[in-house]
Design a protein around this ligand. Structure first.
Ligand SMILES: Nc1ncnc2c1ncn2[C@@H]1O[C@H](COP(=O)(O)OP(=O)(O)OP(=O)(O)O)[C@@H](O)[C@H]1O
Ligand SMILES: [Mg+2]
Length: 367
C-alpha cells in the first residue's frame, strides 16, 4: 500500500517535471468555446448583413429582422456576439439582448432575463405580464437588438409576439440549426417577423486552417505546436465540420505534451487527443444496453430525421419497444451526449423532435 509520504513525494516530483516557464500554453482561454476572438475570419459577408439590419436603429428607425440557420460549431453564435460587442463599444442608444433559448425556454424566463439585463428593481416578485410591461416601457425609450439563440428549444412563442407588437424600434435575430424552424412558425408571428434568411455554410478546409491558426497565435507559446500536429488537427476538424472539435483537440494535444514534459506539441499528442475524443464515446457506448445501442445505431445512420420516422425504421427492423420506451431511450442518449435533439413546435404535424447524431462519424477520427 502507498503511504502518504509516497504520494506527496510523487506529487512534488511530478510538479518538478514541468517548470512554470516550460508550459506550451500562452493563454489557454483562447481555446475556450465562449472566447470571443478579436477577429472572426470568413464570416465578413454574414457580419455585414447583421450590421446592416441593426443600422437603422442608430438613425432612430426600425431595424430589420434576421433568421440565421446552419450546422453546429460554425460561428453563428460567435458572429452575433461579436457584433453586439462592437455595438456596445459604439453606442449606448441601442440596448442589446442575447438570450439562449435552451436555458430560457419560456416567456416568463425570457421576461425575467430582459428585466434583469435592464437592472429593473424587484423582478423576482413580478408576474410575466407585469415584467413585460416594465420591460416595454424601458426599451421603448430607445431601441433594442434581440438575439434569440438556440431557437429550436423555444417552448412558447408569446414573448416573440410581444417583442414584435410592443417594441417600436428593434432588430430581432433568430438562430437555429435547421431551416425548418421558420417553416413551422405560427403564421401570425411569421408574417410580422418577415426575416431575411442567412444560411451559414460549413467552413472549407482552408478556412478551418485559417481559423485555428488565428486562435493558436494567442493560445500557445510561439513554435510550440508542430506542423504535423496542426495538420492532423485541421484534417479532423474539417471532417467533423465543427470548429469546437478543433478547439478541443488543440487543448488536449497541449495537455498531452505537458504530461510528457515536452515543450513541443508533436503529432503523437494530437493522435492521443483524437483518441480521447473517440474513446470517451466508445467507452460509454459499451456501457449501454443492447437495445439502446441498437437505437443509437439507427439514429447515427439516419441523423437529422424526426423521432417518429426513426421509430418506424426501428420497428421495421424488428424493434419491439413501445414508442414511449423508445422516446425515453432517445432522451437518455441525449443526456449521455450521443445525440442532439431539436424540438420543432407547431407545423402541420404538431410538435416533433429532430434527432441528430452528435458526431458525424466518430470512427473516422482514428485512422
Ligand atoms: N470564424 C471563426 N473564427 C474564430 N473562431 C470561430 C469561428 N467560427 C467558429 N469559431 C469558434 O468555434 C466555436 C463554435 O462556434 P459557435 O459557438 O459560433 O457555433 P454555432 O454555429 O453557434 O453552433 P451551435 O449551432 O452548436 O450553437 C466557438 O468556440 C467559436 O469561437
Ligand atoms: Mg450557437
Amino acid at each position: 500500500m502507498r503511504c502518504f509520504t509516497d504520494l506527496k513525494l510523487h506529487k512534488m516530483n511530478f510538479k518538478d517535471m514541468l517548470k512554470d516557464n516550460e508550459t506550451v500554453f500562452k493563454d489557454p482561454v483562447a481555446l475556450d468555446y465562449d472566447y470571443i476572438p478579436k477577429v472572426v475570419p470568413y464570416r465578413e459577408a454574414e457580419e455585414r448583413e447583421i450590421i446592416l439590419s441593426i443600422k437603422p436603429l442608430l438613425q432612430r428607425r426600425n431595424g430589420k429582422n434576421i433568421f440565421i440557420y446552419g450546422k453546429p460549431g460554425i460561428g453563428k453564435t460567435l458572429i452575433c456576439k461579436s457584433v453586439i460587442k462592437e455595438l456596445e463599444e459604439t453606442t449606448d442608444e441601442v440596448i442589446p439582448f442575447y438570450i439562449n433559448c435552451w436555458k430560457k425556454n419560456s416567456t416568463y424566463k425570457i421576461a425575467m432575463q430582459l428585466a434583469e439585463d435592464l437592472n429593473l428593481p424587484f423582478v423576482q416578485t413580478k408576474k410575466t405580464d407585469e415584467l413585460l410591461d416594465l420591460v416595454k416601457r424601458e426599451i421603448n425609450k430607445s431601441s433594442a437588438v434581440f438575439i434569440f439563440d438556440e431557437a429550436d428549444k423555444i417552448e412558447d412563442y408569446s414573448f416573440l409576439y410581444f417583442v414584435l407588437e410592443e417594441i417600436y424600434r428593434k432588430t430581432i435575430i433568430i438562430i437555429s440549426n435547421t431551416r425548418e424552424w421558420l417553416v413551422t412558425l405560427d403564421d401570425r408571428i411569421r408574417s410580422r417577423l418577415l426575416p431575411q434568411t442567412i444560411e451559414f455554410k460549413p467552413y472549407t478546409k482552408k478556412e478551418v486552417e485559417g481559423i485555428l491558426k488565428e486562435r493558436i497565435k494567442y493560445a500557445f507559446v510561439e513554435g510550440a505546436l508542430t506542423e504535423e500536429a496542426f495538420d492532423l488537427i485541421v484534417d479532423k476538424t474539417y471532417e467533423a465540420e465543427d470548429i469546437r472539435v478543433g478547439l478541443f483537440l488543440l487543448k488536449e494535444a497541449g495537455n498531452n505534451a505537458e504530461l510528457r514534459a515536452s515543450k513541443k506539441i508533436e503529432k503523437e499528442d494530437a493522435v492521443k487527443a483524437i483518441r480521447q475524443l473517440n474513446t470517451f464515446s466508445i467507452k460509454s457506448s459499451e456501457s449501454l444496453d443492447d437495445e439502446t445501442r441498437r437505437i443509437l445505431k439507427i439514429c447515427k445512420e439516419n441523423s437529422g430525421k424526426k423521432i417518429g420516422e426513426l421509430y418506424k425504421i426501428y420497428t421495421s427492423e424488428g424493434g419491439t419497444a413501445v414508442y414511449k420506451t423508445f422516446q425515453r431511450k432517445i432522451s437518455k442518449l441525449e443526456k449521455a451526449g450521443f445525440l442532439k435533439l431539436k424540438k420543432l413546435i407547431g407545423g402541420s404535424e404538431g410538435t416533433t423532435t429532430i434527432v441528430n447524431y452528435a458526431y458525424k462519424d466518430l470512427n473516422s477520427f482514428v485512422n
